[in-house]
Structure formats: structure tokens, C-alpha cells
Design a protein around this ligand. Structure first.
Ligand SMILES: [Zn+2]
Length: 396
């Protein structure tokens, strides 16, 4: 068998996971690494696109880890580092011919030879039809775009604000999902089958959930099913709010006199999952303080910042996965975000060697120390996010 070439599609079985967590695909006459895939996927048959002789991008979504896309974009840098001259950028609108449409309403197209996955092909589009699509993401081996007939807004509405957007698809359990906001899938609860693609009115509860106001779109009993969920979310939010206020985060006062917390629209369960994984302990100093009302002092830090590192950051920021997080006390969170220390591949700490920094004495003793990590090793910080922090955030 000849050597594999970039963009060849290979098919085979995942035989094992390497020590560094990458799935190994046996494609019959050789092996190739697929990047970070789920452990339970060993034995599964998958397709992958080759991007160099040792690495391929897995096309079978079900076996990829939560952070697969970002990891692969960070590692492969294909398309990203050397996009063809005519490659459209994020936010560009191009006209493409739809080659196929799957049952979920997503399509495939190509633009000057670059494969494009088109999310939310506008309803009624025929195979072979030319439509406008807007580029959302550049992945190692393809572009991801959306049909522009779908109202696309870069930003989420405010929490509590109502908005109109189309139902893009339904989950197995029958909940409607809105995909109009880049980077978010908003779950509006159980909706009728007929409303797929229809615009509905909803109120945003957080970055994952909304309450649907269009009663003709929701199933009978929607209120009974979805309201308890809404309450649960509201309670979580109020707990978080109290926690923030308790830490004198200087809440802003709105004109109506209501206290609102500083704008922070993160995945509310991220901090919970990180805190639980680390048992509320600072990964650097091991501190585990609790106030009188039972709130722990630690914070959930992102390793690869969610906001990205600059306007031009092609990776759009890191995900809200526990593997991209660490629980840290306030001081160490601040020091980590400001690049005063970083994490090595063996999970030891490197401190910026600059005795002129005020506070250096407080940080220096941690040089070479091992992090306090979760018992469950699968929740440890993922190598690629640590590398990212070292390369882009650490100032040492
Ligand atoms: Zn600490």
C-alpha cells in the first residue's frame, strides 16, 4: 500500500489508546493517530481524514472527546496555518453548491476544493442548489459554515431577555435546540415535531437553556415539564450570585436599583464540575477554605482562556470542559491568569523567575511542586491546554 496522502479518507477500527490519550486507528495496512477520543470507543469502526502521514482527523463525532475540535485545531494547525489564498475567513459569506443534506438538516458542500460542513441548511434547499453560507469555524480539514437564511447572531441575548430564533433540531428526548448563537446550543425544552426550522420566541435563562414563549411550538404539558427545570436553573444561578456577592466582587447596580452581578455568561455547570473534581481545593496551595455560610473560597480557572488570547486568536478560546479547568484560590487564579506561573507536562509548577515582582516570594516556593489533582485521572488538565497556557499566557 502506498503512503497516505493528506485528505485521504481512511476507514478502520480503533484498536487502543496511546499513553498520551490518542486513539490509534488500524486502517488495514497501517496505523494512524486520531487525537483525543473517548476510552469506550476502542473497538469502534470509524472514518477519518488524513492530514499527515501519522495523524488523521476523526469524522465519527460520537467517539470524540468533548475537547476534540479545539485540541485538533491546536495540534494540526493545518488549514489554519496554511489556508489556501482563496480560503474564506471566519464571518465571510460564500456561495456554495449543496452536495448532500443529512437527516438532521446539515449539509456538505465544497468551496474551491475545501470541504465545508453546512449547519442548518435552510429548509426547502435542494441537492445541487447554490446557497449563501457564512463561515463559522475553520477546522483542520474543513470549514464549518451555516446557511445564511438562518438568523445568525454572534452573541447571546442577555439572560432574561426574549429573542426569536429558529429551532435547528431536536434531541433524542424531544427538546428543541436553537443553534443561532455561535458557540451555543440553546435548549428550549420539549417542542412539537412540526416546528423544526420555525422561529420561536423564548426567554434566555443562561447560556444553555431558554423558556419557550410560543405556545403553539411546545408540547402539551410543557409548563409542567420545563418549569421545574427553569426553577432549578434559577436556584443554581442565585447560589452562584450569592457566592459572588459574598466575595465582594463589586456588583454593579443597575438603574432600576436591582443588584446585578458582573456580566459573566459562562457555562454555569463548569465551575461546579471543576470544584467537585478538585474537591474545592486549590490545585497549587491545597487550601480548602469555607465561609460561615458554607461557600468554598476556590474558583474555577480556565487553562486556555475562554475569551481566546487576542482578537486574532483563530481558536476562539477554550471550552468549558473540566480538562480545561483547575480549581484555584483567588490569589493563584489571578497569578495563573496573569502568567506568573504555568504547568509542566508532568503537572509540576513553573514559577516566573523574576524576584523583582512584588509577591515573588509568595509564589517562588511552589517552583517544581506537584499540583493537587482530581482522584479521577481523566479529569486532569489536558496536555494541549497546558501547552497553550505555557505558549501564550505564561510570561516566564
Ligand atoms: Zn492557592
Amino acid at each position: 500500500m502506498g503512503k497516505l496522502s493528506p485528505s485521504d479518507i481512511v476507514h478502520g477500527k480503533i484498536t487502543r489508546i496511546s499513553k498520551s490519550g490518542n486513539g490509534i486507528l488500524d486502517y488495514g495496512t497501517g496505523e494512524i493517530s486520531l487525537g483525543p477520543i473517548l476510552e469506550e470507543a476502542v473497538g469502534t469502526e470509524v472514518d477519518a481524514v488524513v492530514y499527515d502521514e501519522n495523524h488523521a482527523f476523526c469524522l465519527t463525532g460520537a467517539v470524540r472527546t468533548e475537547y476534540y475540535d479545539n485540541a485538533m485545531r491546536a495540534q494540526t494547525r493545518q488549514l489554519i496555518d496554511s489556508p489556501p489564498d482563496e480560503c474564506p475567513g471566519i464571518g465571510d459569506t460564500v456561495e456554495v453548491e449543496i452536495g448532500s443534506i443529512n437527516s438532521a438538516g446539515h449539509g456538505y458542500a465544497s468551496y474551491l476544493g475545501i470541504p465545508i460542513r453546512v449547519k442548518n441548511v435552510p429548509q426547502g434547499t435542494q441537492i445541487g442548489q447554490i446557497i449563501s453560507v457564512k463561515v463559522l469555524r475553520i477546522e483542520p480539514s474543513r470549514l464549518v459554515a451555516t446557511g445564511t437564511a438562518v438568523s445568525l447572531r454572534g452573541r447571546l441575548p442577555e439572560v432574561g431577555e426574549s429573542f426569536r430564533a429558529p429551532i435547528s433540531h431536536k434531541t433524542h428526548s424531544g427538546n428543541g435546540i436553537i443553534e443561532s448563537f455561535i458557540g451555543h446550543q440553546i435548549n428550549v425544552g420539549p417542542v412539537r415535531d412540526e416546528v423544526l426550522g420555525d422561529h420561536v420566541e423564548a426567554v434566555l435563562l443562561d447560556d444553555q437553556f431558554a423558556y419557550c414563549l410560543s405556545t403553539n411550538a411546545t408540547i402539551d404539558g410543557y409548563r409542567n415539564i420545563w418549569e421545574p427545570k427553569v426553577t432549578e436553573i434559577a436556584l443554581d444561578r442565585s447560589k452562584e450570585l450569592q457566592q459572588q456577592l459574598g466575595r465582594n466582587d463589586k456588583p454593579e447596580r443597575s438603574t432600576s436599583g436591582r443588584i446585578v452581578r458582573p456580566v459573566q455568561r459562562r457555562n454555569s455547570s463548569f465551575s461546579k464540575r471543576v470544584h467537585r473534581a478538585y474537591d474545592h481545593t486549590c490545585a497549587v496551595c491545597g487550601q480548602r477554605w469555607k465561609d460561615d455560610s458554607g461557600y468554598f473560597e476556590v474558583e474555577a480557572a480556565h487553562i486556555y482562556p475562554v475569551s481566546g488570547v487576542s482578537e486574532e486568536d483563530p481558536l476562539e478560546g477554550g471550552p468549558d470542559s473540566v480538562q480545561n479547568g483547575m480549581s484555584l484560590c483567588r490569589t493563584h487564579h489571578w497569578a495563573f491568569d496573569h502568567g506568573w506561573f504555568t504547568i509542566n507536562d508532568d503537572y509540576t509548577i513553573s514559577v516566573k523567575d523574576d524576584p523583582s515582582l512584588e509577591g515573588y516570594e509568595a509564589m517562588a516556593p511552589y517552583e517544581g511542586q506537584q499540583l493537587y489533582l482530581p482522584d479521577d485521572q481523566s479529569l486532569w488538565p489536558a496536555r494541549h491546554y497546558i501547552t497553550f497556557h505555557r505558549d501564550h499566557v505564561w510570561t516566564g
